[in-house]
Write a protein that binds this ligand. Structure first.
Ligand SMILES: *Cc1c(COP(=O)(O)O)cnc(C)c1O
Length: 424
């Protein structure tokens, strides 16, 4: 299988090369040449994620240098569950927060880290640069913590992440955390500048782990496949998903699983007040905007970068795919109401999906719905606790992070300072 660029001006390459490249040289994003067709039977009676992953991902790795290692990679990566929990409302919650940093980004980050560590070698180590505004850096740092030949440097904006987020960015052994004197855009610009410097790029084998990397998208198809198979085997029905959406990575993965013929019906992309996608579905025009700060801040994206992948596979956007935008006041009311009525505590992103289901169930009652829960509420407790009036307890993984030692280095926002860190 080859992967080609959405801009169509770079050569098609294998999945390993696409993972190492991040974005394509022509500025486009890598997409698979085609979507292999699956029937539920091809998965036999596989239930666990590693087994489902190896069957689903095999065609994407066909002919690739990691093809023979794929089963082992899947075994390493998918070592925590993505359970479907029945809710009091009649829907299911697809819980994607049982990984080590308690957000769905653990799946993609762990897959990319495991693959990259196998692609690098002691004589040709890799340095992965990540600019983060919070969640991504934690998942990526954790995923690379045990890596032997791939090192991570995380750049985060000083004074602009919560105290728990900062801990989660700075606690991983072997991972360098840089507290940059600037905002998130500054961090991102610094990473871009490093990549644009040919000497730095080749001397340190610079690579990126941001959410447009194909190595983060492919593994996210796995939990949609596993939960759709589970529902299909039990009921013979397709499951509909409501997915909290920012950069469109998680939603794209679901649409790709659906394009592979898996038993998935409707897909609703649920945004916060950043509504470029919702507008696109109503008007047919895509008008990226500056991002608006919301309570669901991991989705504060005005110009979803994966939109480009959307447009190269327009056939995926049939009448069963929709987008909807929810405002902060509605999100807050949903968190407060579900806590009171059902004792159910949502993170702000997951609350958006729960709200959309409540709004839709009157019309689609006979169908089976799964709301995607993208993070554990403890990560966002500062905004949740005032709404529910009670303390949010950490998951075991998050409690463990609280006790870890943390260290970071302050740097000025210029390439010389970053170069000095790279030089060690
Ligand atoms: C990143 C993130 C999202 C948004 O996912 P995208 O792939 O960017 O659409 C939603 N919820 C949480 C908790 C996240 O960390």
């Amino acid at each position: 299988m080859y992967f080609h660029s959405t801009k169509g001006k770079s050569p098609a390459i294998s999945v390993s090369d696409a993972m190492l490249m991040g974005a394509a040289p022509d500025g486009g994003l890598y997409v698979p040449q085609y979507f292999p067709a699956f029937t539920p039977d091809e998965f036999g009676d596989a239930k666990d994620l590693p087994n489902i992953a190896r069957t689903l991902l095999r065609p994407f790795f066909e002919g690739d240098k990691l093809a023979s290692e794929l089963p082992e990679i899947c075994e390493t990566v998918f070592n925590f569950p993505a359970p479907l929990k029945p809710l009091a409302t009649g829907a299911f919650s697809l819980e994607l927060f049982h990984g080590p940093t308690a957000a769905f980004k653990d799946f993609g980050a762990r897959f990319l880290a495991t693959a990259m560590d196998r692609l690098a070698s002691p004589d040709k180590p890799l340095t992965v640069l990540v600019a983060t505004s919070g969640d991504t850096g934690g998942a990526v740092g954790c995923a690379f913590a045990g890596a032997k030949t791939a090192n991570v440097i995380i750049l985060y904006p000083k004074g602009r992440v919560s105290s728990f987020q900062e801990l989660q960015l700075t606690c991983w052994p072997g991972v360098t955390a840089l507290r940059v004197d600037g905002d998130f855009d500054t961090c991102q610009a610094l990473v871009k500048a490093a990549f644009a410097d040919p000497a730095l790029k080749s001397r340190y084998g610079l690579s990126s782990a941001n959410s447009i990397n194909i190595g983060r998208l492919l593994p996210q198809m796995v939990y949609y496949t596993a939960s759709a198979l589970q529902i299909f085997r039990r009921t013979g029905q397709n499951v509909n998903f409501i997915i909290p959406t920012g950069n469109l990575g998680n939603g794209m993965a679901c649409l790709w699983a659906r394009a592979c013929g898996l038993p998935i019906g409707k897909v609703i992309l649920a945004q916060n007040a950043n509504h470029a996608l919702t507008d696109f579905f109503t008007t047919g025009e895509f008008m990226p905007a500056a991002s608006i700060a919301t309570i669901a801040n991991a989705m504060d994206v005005g110009n979803p970068s994966n939109f480009e992948r959307f447009m190269t596979n327009r056939a995926m956007l049939d009448h069963d795919v929709r987008a909807i935008s929810i405002h902060d006041e509605t999100i807050k009311a949903q968190i407060a109401n579900d806590a009171r009525a059902h004792g159910q505590i949502w993170c702000p992103h997951s609350a958006i999906a729960a709200h959309v289901y409540d709004r839709l169930k009157a019309i689609d009652k006979k169908q089976i719905w799964a709301n995607v829960a993208t993070a554990h509420p403890y990560k966002f407790r500062e905004s949740i606790e005032p709404l529910t009036g009670s303390k949010v307890q950490p998951s075991p993984a998050l409690a463990a992070i609280r006790d870890m030692p943390s260290s970071f280095t302050d740097i000025n926002a210029n390439l010389d300072a970053l170069g000095a860190v790279l030089a060690g």
